[in-house]
Design a protein around this ligand. Sequence first.
Ligand SMILES: [Zn+2]
Length: 195
Amino acid sequence: MVHYTLQITAHMENVKTLEPMGGCDDPNSLFYFKLKCDNCLEVTPKEVCISLDELVPIPNSRDHANLFEKCKTCEEEGYIKMVPGEGRPLTGEDSEEERYAPLMCFDCHGWVPLELSFLGPQWRVESVSGTVYENVDLSQGEWAEFDEKGNCPVAIANLRSRFVLEPKAEELKDPYLASSTVDKVAVKSLPVVGS
Ligand SMILES: [Zn+2]
């Protein structure tokens, strides 16, 4: 299993939360991104579209995936399964601390996900005063409104995304790899096995 977590962040002004319209696990949410073939490293010219709602059979198995795609260059076949239940909204606090929020997890076989495109008016924004904006279009990477209730501007800018390869379970048991702030000096001073 190769798990990639899609994470997003943005500069947000007077925004409490940003999330897909029906929440992170909305079956109708469409994710558009390019793929890199694990075999020949070729990148698909266009974004693929994937959603929880869409299930396709995996050939020669009884299993299903949310996307099945054959590489046009090397003809290797691969598939992607979405793993719901791992996401949460991006909050104003995340934005202040320049933290990414996880949206969705993808179990990838034969493909590496790249470059999410924020296509479609499918975002829900809640301002700090509680005003809810629906079907927000973030395809330009920014958005702004004036919140009458809170008497303040609400804005999103510099929207970014990344796919993060999840560490394997055995790596998490290693205290040096489990820590996100690994002390480089400590790592260097470790005895090198086999030399
Ligand atoms: Zn290929």
